[in-house]
Each structure stands twice: as structure tokens, then as C-alpha cells.
Design a protein around this ligand. Structure first.
Ligand code: HEC
Ligand code: HEC
Ligand code: HEC
Length: 142
């Protein structure tokens, strides 16, 4: 019992530290110019292709995983699909203009933050990491 409490305490501390470090890093990114002096210390996150995020970017930074995971559970177990937090839509807006992907290169949108925060996701074993049109185009290339 004590062991468990201690374990949760350590987990909480870890989570808080990661949150603080990342939060501080992202604030710094936002405050420095593109060629920021402290490059290499923070993730360089590629700009979206345009439009507006499905929620406030600040909210998304902290909570996107909850939206996505939650929706995966809802989709697979409950057959619910609202589409508002669709993973396909994230890819459409956030795929890199150069690699056309969210994770093919270290600087690509999902990858940039995740390698910085040492997060590994398995989503792209099943889901496309490129917008649908582009995947199709590449498949028909000679
Ligand atoms: C084993 C294969 C598999 C893996 C791995 C997987 N998914 Fe899915 N996912 C599916 C299938 C199948 C559906 C249902 C497809 C549909 O409804 O069109 C789905 C649907 C979804 C949806 C709702 C439909 C959409 O396009 O938005 C979301 C969101 C989603 N997954 C997110 C994730 C995330 C985030 C991860 C990684 C943490 C992930 N999935 C990993 C197979 C997978
Ligand atoms: C219609 C286009 C669009 C869609 C769809 C979209 N986003 Fe965004 N997202 C943006 C824009 C624009 C920003 C503001 C920052 C920028 O310009 O890159 C942003 C910001 C973010 C941020 C904060 C990035 C940072 O620099 O700190 C995260 C995280 C994020 N989005 C995740 C997602 C996820 C996950 C999805 C899918 C559930 C999604 N977005 C869907 C356009 C979009
Ligand atoms: C602004 C930085 C940032 C961006 C951009 C970003 N992520 Fe994340 N993501 C994180 C952090 C940090 C975590 C770990 C949070 C935690 O452990 O509580 C995470 C966790 C996740 C998780 C949960 C992983 C798990 O096993 O718990 C999923 C799923 C996820 N991200 C999907 C995405 C997808 C898909 C994209 C691109 C559309 C993306 N993220 C873009 C920072 C980011």
C-alpha cells in the first residue's frame, strides 16, 4: 500500500517535471524568433498548413493525446465518429510541406515533440501518416 502510494507520488513528480520542462520550452519557442538563439534545446515544431486547429493550440499542446486516445476507444468500442478530433484531419493540416508526412522526418509535426519528450506512439502502423490524396498520388507514381 505504502509502496503504491510512493510509486504514484514518483509518477506524479515525473509528470509534473515533464510538463514544466516542455511548457517552459514551448513558451521559449513561442517567444524567440524562428532562428531562436536557443535552438536544439526545444523541439522545432513545423507550422500547420493553415486553417485553425480543432481546439486552441495551447489546449492541444497539453491535451491532444486525450482527445485522440479517447476517440480511438469510442470509435473502436462504441462505433462513435464525430469527426471533430479525427486523426485524418490532424494529418491533413499538420503534414510537412516537404516530406508530406507528420512523422517521416525528425522535424515533422508529431515527431518533433515526441522525440523531444521521448514519447513513442504506434498509431502510424495502422493509420496513414500522410494526407489521403498524397498517399494515393505516390502509389500511382511509376
Ligand atoms: C491496430 C491498428 C490500429 C492502431 C495501432 C491504431 N489505430 Fe486508430 N483506428 C484503427 C481502426 C481500424 C479504426 C476505425 C477506422 C474507421 O472507423 O474508419 C481507427 C480509428 C481511429 C480514430 C477515429 C477515426 C479517425 O480517422 O479519426 C482515431 C482518432 C484513431 N483511430 C486514433 C488512433 C491513435 C491516436 C492511435 C495511436 C495511439 C491509433 N489510432 C492506433 C486502427 C488502429
Ligand atoms: C484545419 C487545420 C488543422 C486541423 C484539422 C488540426 N490542426 Fe492542430 N493546429 C493548426 C494550426 C493553424 C495551429 C497553430 C500553430 C501553427 O500554425 O502551426 C495548430 C496547433 C496545434 C498544436 C500546438 C502546436 C504548437 O506549436 O505548440 C497541436 C499539438 C496540434 N495543433 C495538434 C493537432 C491534432 C492532434 C489535430 C487532430 C485532432 C489537429 N491539430 C488538427 C491547424 C490544424
Ligand atoms: C507540442 C508538442 C507535441 C506535438 C506537436 C504532438 N505531440 Fe503528441 N504528445 C506530446 C507529449 C509531451 C506527450 C506525452 C504526454 C504524457 O505522457 O502525458 C504526447 C503524447 C501523445 C499520445 C499518447 C501516447 C501515449 O502512449 O500515451 C498520442 C496518441 C499523441 N501524442 C499523438 C500525437 C499526434 C498524432 C500528433 C501529430 C498530429 C502529436 N501527438 C503531436 C507532445 C506533442
Amino acid at each position: 500500500m505504502l509502496r503504491r502510494t510512493w510509486f504514484s507520488f514518483v509518477r506524479l513528480c515525473l509528470a509534473l517535471t515533464v510538463g514544466l520542462v516542455l511548457g517552459a520550452g514551448l513558451t521559449a519557442v513561442a517567444q524567440t524568433s524562428p532562428a531562436g538563439a536557443s535552438q536544439g534545446l526545444q523541439p522545432m515544431i513545423e507550422k500547420a498548413r493553415g486553417g485553425q486547429c480543432v481546439e486552441e493550440p495551447a489546449f492541444m499542446r497539453r491535451n491532444h493525446m486525450k482527445l485522440l486516445i479517447h476517440q480511438r476507444d469510442d470509435t473502436l468500442r462504441g462505433g462513435i465518429r464525430t469527426g471533430k478530433h479525427s486523426l485524418k484531419a490532424c494529418i491533413t493540416c499538420h503534414a510537412s510541406q516537404t516530406s508530406q508526412s507528420v512523422n517521416a522526418e525528425p522535424g515533422n509535426f508529431c515527431q518533433s515533440c515526441h522525440s523531444y519528450a521521448a514519447v513513442k506512439i504506434d498509431c502510424f502502423q495502422c493509420h496513414a501518416n500522410q494526407p489521403a490524396g498524397i498517399v494515393a498520388q505516390q502509389q500511382v507514381k511509376p
